[in-house]
Ligand binder design. Structure first.
Ligand SMILES: NC(=O)c1ccc[n+]([C@@H]2O[C@H](COP(=O)([O-])OP(=O)(O)OC[C@H]3O[C@@H](n4cnc5c(N)ncnc54)[C@H](O)[C@@H]3O)[C@@H](O)[C@H]2O)c1
Ligand SMILES: [Zn+2]
Ligand SMILES: [Zn+2]
Length: 359
């Protein structure tokens, strides 16, 4: 089968390879991948600029934003049938017995192994999965949209499960990439009173997308001072929540200026660089800083429900669908800021664009 493989810790060490088809061993299923989203982290893996705090294995097939159908079922697996349309969570493996796993917070399991980093991922024709990670794709949600469940789950975790936005809040999202724009949509669904999205000079098209998604205000920080914009909103004291979805140290520094006293910052961005500034504003303003990582089963179910009901709009984030052989163009288009999200189609995906969709 075709698979997009990172084979060395070097910039550019990524290629489509022919690999043996995996088999569904006992307790697992084989998923025939239809569509898989390109994540900012896949682009970092391409350039070998990924956060070194999460070290992977090599060679590894990239991809953790998959949608497909069950192709085979291993011994001992019940409740699933060949042909079921599914998305797979990213935690390919967890220990299952630590305190975090047992209390449902398995996204934080120290022994978690994610697809596309420590386990072969979904930028391939087939993927092996434990039934624990499977979710049914609701009828009417096409594979291309379902493949975006993961970035929306990241955003849902940050905005709802960690920072608990309440209706009426002023929410500022730093970053107009996929995560930032998913966070915008979740904040709107959650009832934010006003939403502001900040981006940089390359984000013109993505900030326009943010407006289309319902942002009340978008700011290119290279042209306009976001502090002035935010000071003119609500009571002028600052944002109830700032979502840091850039991974850039300068953005964290600015988030402490944007947030109101007693407010919160949800830090989603990975930023391996040292900070080089004081955190005193956090102390002075008694701000809560939430580290936000990944998601769990109920996050995925809620996102899929909101896709099915049309309250979240993955289709607005989808910028282009590419065959797996054209991965470089798919990655580059996102990197250039041409659009928010690229998805790759396997040969199966190309031959059956909307399999199983009833509406
Ligand atoms: N915590 C998690 O579970 C998790 C999951 C997925 C992604 N992430 C991280 O979230 C971050 C965002 O992911 P993405 O895929 O959307 O990335 P991206 O690179 O596509 O988007 C980043 C955006 O931030 C903008 N930006 C850069 N500096 C800025 C600044 N100072 N102010 C405002 N905007 C600025 C960029 O122009 C771009 O629009 C990344 O760091 C990624 O690694 C974390
Ligand atoms: Zn992702
Ligand atoms: Zn565990």
């Amino acid at each position: 089968m075709k698979a997009l493989v990172k084979y060395a810790y070097e910039d550019g060490a990524l290629e489509v390879r022919e690999l043996p088809e995996p088999v569904a061993g006992p307790g697992t299923v084989l998923v025939r991948v239809h569509t898989v989203g390109v994540c900012g982290s896949d682009i970092h893996m391409w350039h070998d600029s990924q956060s070194k705090s999460s070290k992977g294995v090599l060679p590894v097939t990239l991809g953790h934003e998959s949608a497909g159908v069950i192709a085979a079922i291993g011994d001992g697996v019940g409740g699933w049938s060949v042909g079921d349309r599914v998305v797979c969570e990213t935690a390919a493996s967890i220990c299952g017995v630590c305190a975090l796993c047992r209390s449902g917070r398995y996204n934080l399991c120290p022994w978690r192994e994610g697809y596309g980093l420590k386990r072969d991922g979904a930028m391939a024709e087939y993927l092996v999965a434990e039934p624990r990670v499977l979710h049914r794709i609701p009828d009417g949600v096409p594979f291309e949209r379902a493949a975006m469940t993961e970035p929306f789950a990241v955003a849902y975790n940050a905005v709802v499960e960690r920072a608990s936005v309440v209706p009426g809040d002023l929410v500022v999202v730093q970053g107009a990439g996929a995560i930032g724009l998913c966070a915008l949509q979740v904040a709107i669904v959650r009832g934010a009173g006003t939403t502001v999205v900040l981006g940089t000079g390359i984000d013109g098209k993505r900030l326009a997308k943010a407006t289309e998604m319902g942002a009340d205000r978008v700011v290119d920080i290279t042209r306009e001072d976001p502090l002035e914009v935010v000071a003119g909103l609500h009571d002028g004291l600052g944002a109830d929540l700032v979502v840091e979805a850039t991974g850039v140290s300068a953005a964290l520094e600015q988030s402490m200026q944007l947030v109101r006293p007693g407010g919160a910052i949800a830090k989603v961005g990975w930023g391996p660089q040292p900070l080089g500034f004081t955190l005193d504003p956090l102390v002075k303003k008694a701000v809560t800083l939430y580290g936000c990582y990944s998601h769990t089963w109920s996050t995925w179910e809620n996102v899929l429900r909101l896709f099915a009901s049309g309250r979240l709009h993955p289709e607005l984030a989808l910028g282009g669908t590419y065959d797996i052989d054209d991965w470089e163009e798919a990655f580059s288009a996102m990197q250039r800021g041409d659009h928010v999200k690229s998805v790759l189609r396997t040969p199966f995906g190309a031959s059956s664009p909307e399999t199983g969709v009833t509406a």
